[in-house]
Design a protein around this ligand. Structure first.
Ligand SMILES: [Zn+2]
Length: 364
């Protein structure tokens, strides 16, 4: 009996020690998770049209609204990283200029101006199309200026109704989208293909959910955008410090491997069809055609130049941005066909995996 009591006591002691260790372990784990991220700040030079400042109650009132808007935008930006950002990012608005001229004129002046040593990105807000030349460039966009400085323009689409940063819920997400361009991310919606404009397999291609795809109801960055934003994080002017990044992100090669009924197959025809931004269509004539070798493979080389600034013939009159956006790869053997989407942002992920070849495996 005494022995049994001793034994029970030992078990209880062991359990107590185990529980204590487990508790300590939990605390340690929590500490390592909770560790705060370093903050990276980008200073935004802000110029606002006089009409907007007056509409919102003068300069001081405008400044207050602007600060609150940026708080909202920063919060959204970071939360949309869903724990994948290596830093906490903060855009700081510096309300510098109230202008009373055409925002096109101002934009042209800023575009040519070198300098802005205390700022990282420019933001022009134009709440009304009140000058004749503004109508030709309505809407929001991100462009480049002198010294690779990025300039975001938020221009109204109306002559009478104020379209400002404030008042509409998705506007702070829209500004995050434009700043996403500043950080080096392209529009994912440009890779979209409409089913009715796809004469090859008649399917729609919808790119990954991302702030850079649609910001209206999206609350997350794609892994592609997260990778780029982390990669360029420490640079205040990614256009300068990471010039040519877009093309560098493409792998050198795409290795296609085809199996028919489980066996490597020679003589499988591979057709590569290109899609266009803006049109969101797929061109019916293959841009390239290949055939698998006796190992059932084909190595597509010079991939950066296949997508960006592709060699002619393109079999189409107009190619927006001089780029193919999504390729549709068709594998055909004895009338059997299989398809693989190759959107640029997907293939470019190789860069973040340190791979120079993107692998495609097809089972027919
Ligand atoms: Zn965009």
């Amino acid at each position: 009996m005494k022995r049994l009591i001793t034994y029970v006591c030992m078990v209880i002691f062991a359990l107590w020690v185990g529980a204590k260790n487990a508790q300590e372990f939990t605390v340690q784990t929590q500490e390592s998770v909770v560790q705060p991220l370093d903050t990276i700040e980008y200073r935004v030079f802000v110029a606002v049209d006089k009409a907007a400042v007056e509409h919102w109650g003068g300069r001081e009132a405008y400044q207050t609204k602007l600060n609150a808007f940026f708080d909202q935008m920063n919060d959204y930006w970071n939360k949309a990283g869903v724990g994948r950002f290596k830093y906490y990012f903060r855009y700081i608005p510096d309300f510098q200029v109230v202008y009373d001229c055409s925002s096109r004129q101002l934009e042209n002046i800023y575009r040519k101006s070198a300098g802005f040593p205390n700022h990282d990105v420019l933001l022009i807000i134009d709440s009304l199309l009140d000058f004749d030349d503004e109508e030709g460039a309505k809407g929001w966009y991100c462009g480049g200026g002198a010294d690779n400085l990025s300039m975001v323009v938020c221009r109204s689409r109306s002559k009478t109704e104020h379209e400002d940063l404030f008042g509409i819920d998705y506007f702070h997400r829209g500004l995050a989208h434009e700043f996403g361009h500043y950080r080096g991310v392209t529009d994912l919606y440009a890779d979209r293909i409409q089913a009715k404009k796809n004469p090859v397999n008649h399917l729609e291609y919808e790119p990954d959910s991302c702030v850079m795809n649609s910001h209206y109801k999206t609350y997350t960055w794609s892994s592609y955008a997260v990778n780029i934003i982390n990669h360029t994080a420490k640079s205040k002017r990614p256009g300068l410090d990471f010039s040519g990044l877009f093309k560098q992100m493409f792998p050198k090669n795409i290795q296609v491997s085809v199996k028919v009924k489980g066996k490597n197959k020679k003589g499988v025809k591979l057709n590569l069809y290109g899609s266009r931004a803006q049109f969101n269509d797929l061109i019916a004539t293959p841009y390239r055609t290949y055939e698998t070798d006796k190992k059932g493979g084909y190595l597509i080389t010079d991939v950066p130049n296949l997508y960006d600034n592709p060699a002619k013939p393109l079999n189409v009159d107009e190619l927006p941005y001089n780029r193919w956006f999504t390729f549709l790869l068709e594998a055909e053997y004895k009338g059997e066909k299989k398809y693989v989407w190759l959107p640029e942002y997907e293939v470019q992920q190789s860069f973040f995996e340190n791979k120079d070849t993107y692998q495609v495996i097809i089972d027919l």
